[in-house]
Design a protein around this ligand. Structure first.
Ligand code: ARG
Length: 583
């Protein structure tokens, strides 16, 4: 049980005594420590409903509450209840956390089967920097949800069936360079894609030729199918390399093509059920008048002061199926085959209308019980404040971005690292470069745009991965300097200094922070918590000598060092970031 859970149940019991009925009494960590460690505004909310005086209610509740030695409670302002937790409680918590492999993080009370749909690049098209956000956020959310006890299915819903295959196939037949393809498949496929793209722009006949190649593929033409298969295999190998570097994995790679056979019957079914109908040769899903508020209806848009239809097309007028029909089939599959009761789509904000329509359709096909979330995110900017581009003006390739980060890390490592061999330095630079990219991503609110600034990302003093990794290394190094090992499990810690108490307070909050991330799918809560913890550790380290202190004090402080290092390491692990032994 976390302190919040403990306080909530004690507070609820007190309210029950006073009000004679059971109510819920939420408690949150106090934003300002001057008022206490935790806070509840339940008395105010409950008094309002009952039209009584909030302060008087709070007073009665405080008189009735049994805090069982956790600390003290008092009232502030119009009826806030503030809790101050005693140093003894924090010491007892620290001892418990020390013995707990979960470091005090409870499992979720309700477990779900969650499909995390993330990364999902379009094969045979470059995997660009935008996909990095999806990949990193999706991986971290998957790790966190699994740790909380959910059944997590990581699915890479790659775009492996779209128009780009017509283009690549057309260019393949013109200019494929076999050797280049074997050496660097993603690069060669990218060259083919760009070649077709340029040719198509210059010549309408090429556009038509590309479209025909796609139709041939979708109708099962053997040659085109073989080309497609090789494209997929080779791209997959190229992508695997990137995922390896990022330490990201998937349980499935069910791309768009996997649902091809399901689409015709699906659309027939939608028509038969009256969910979709023909319109101008295409099959579309229109507004059904729910919700009543037109501004919230994803099948309507406002134009010239009037609401007009904005249907979801599920079969194009040329008979082809599309992204939308594929996504409907995908939800059905995940629900029926995997028993998923939730799906998280980690996809950038430009697709939000698509997902609003998709989720509305899920409701209409009887999957309204599923918890479907579009976990959207903003744009990565260059140091000029505009969307990040390469010098040539293209979207940067993910692999190039990683290389660049690692190259910068190599310079930083050469300047400041204490590791000895070239090999170790190279390994460290790879780890630090990639960690820095990941942490920068995860420390920002996912909906905000952020600037990709390698220098800032790699700074040893700053809100960065290297800062946290270095804190772990320093924290653990104390144990190497101990003359005789200390059996921490036998220590009964006592905290008296403010810096000790504050560090213990933050460590105790770990179990509250991690579950909170999933309320709104925000790993930045964890990233920022870890930064706060590391800062508290450094203040503690300045204020409280460890190895030079007398035994009881030293041992209590060692408990804090050990817990700090474990929480930082574990928390970084949930963000998909490893810590080096030395740096
Ligand atoms: N391939 C898509 C893109 O790159 C993202 C797919 C997201 N997942 C989904 N089920 N629609 O934009």
């Amino acid at each position: 049980m976390t302190l919040i859970q403990d306080l909530e149940s004690r507070l609820a019991a007190a309210f029950q005594t006073v009000l004679g009925e059971s109510v819920s009494a939420p408690v949150v960590a106090a934003a300002d420590l001057r008022f206490g460690d935790y806070q509840s505004n339940a008395a105010m909310a409950l008094a309002k409903q009952r039209k009584t005086n909030p302060r008087a209610l709070a007073e009665q509740v405080i008189a009735a509450v049994d805090l069982g030695g956790l600390g003290t409670a008092d009232i502030a302002g119009p009826g806030f209840i503030n809790f101050r937790i005693s140093p003894e409680t924090y010491a007892a918590r620290a001892k418990e956390q020390l013995a707990d492999p979960r470091l005090g993080v409870p499992e979720a009370a309700e477990k779900h089967t969650i499909v995390v749909d993330f990364s999902a690049p379009n094969v045979a098209k470059p995997m660009h920097i935008g996909h990095i956000r999806s990949t990193i956020i999706g991986d971290s959310l998957s790790r966190i949800a699994s740790f909380l006890g959910h059944r997590v299915i990581r699915d890479n819903h790659i775009g492996d069936w779209g128009t780009q295959f017509g283009m690549v196939t057309w260019a393949w037949k013109q200019i494929l360079d076999e050797k280049a393809l074997l050496a660097d498949p993603l690069l060669e496929l990218l060259r083919l894609y760009r070649f077709a793209n340029d040719a198509k722009k210059a010549d309408e006949a090429v556009a038509e030729a590309c479209r025909l190649e796609l139709v041939k593929l979708q109708q099962g033409d053997e040659v085109n199918f073989a080309i497609w298969q090789r494209c997929i295999e080779l791209s997959r190998a190229g992508l695997d390399k990137i995922y390896d570097r990022l330490d990201v994995s998937f349980d499935h790679w069910l791309g768009e093509s996997a649902y091809n056979d399901a689409l015709a019957p699906l659309v027939d079914h939608l028509i038969a059920e009256g969910i979709a109908r023909e319109s101008d040769g295409a099959v579309c899903i229109f507004s059904n008048g729910v919700p009543e508020d037109k501004a919230k209806d994803p099948f309507l848009v406002r134009k010239d002061g009037e609401w007009i239809d904005f249907p979801m097309i599920v079969r194009k007028s040329d008979g082809g199926f599309n992204y939308a029909s594929t996504d409907i089939a995908t939800i059905e599959f995940r629900n029926k085959e995997w028993n998923a009761d939730a799906a998280w789509y980690v996809v950038d904000h430009r697709q939000s209308l698509h997902f609003q329509q998709l989720f509305a359709v899920a409701g209409r096909v009887g999957l309204g019980e599923m918890d479907l979330r579009h976990i959207s995110f903003g744009t990565i900017l260059g140091t000029d404040g505009k969307p990040l581009k390469t010098r040539a003006g293209d979207l940067p390739q993910l692999a190039d971005v990683l290389d660049e980060a690692v190259a910068a890390a190599r310079i930083a490592v050469a300047e400041r690292s204490r590791v000895d061999t070239d090999e170790e330095r190279a390994e460290l630079a790879e780890l630090i470069g990639i960690s820095a990219v990941k942490f920068t991503e995860l420390s920002h609110h996912r909906l905000s745009d952020y600037v990709f600034d390698l220098e800032k990302m790699l700074a040893l003093q700053g809100d960065t991965a290297p800062y946290l990794q270095n804190s772990v290394v320093r924290c653990s190094s104390i144990f190497r300097k101990l003359e005789d090992p200390v059996d921490l499990a036998a220590v009964n810690p006592v905290f008296t200094e403010e810096a000790e108490i504050h560090l213990a307070r933050l460590i105790a909050r770990y179990g509250e922070v991690v579950p909170m991330i999933l309320d709104d799918h925000r790993p930045n809560l964890l990233a920022n918590y870890l930064l706060e913890l590391a800062r508290a550790y450094h203040s503690f380290y300045e204020a409280c000598p460890v190895l030079k202190a007398e035994e009881q004090v030293r041992d209590s402080r060692l408990v804090l060092c050990s817990l700090t290092s474990r929480v930082l390491t574990h928390g970084l692990g949930l963000l998909g970031i490893r810590c080096p032994e030395r740096m």
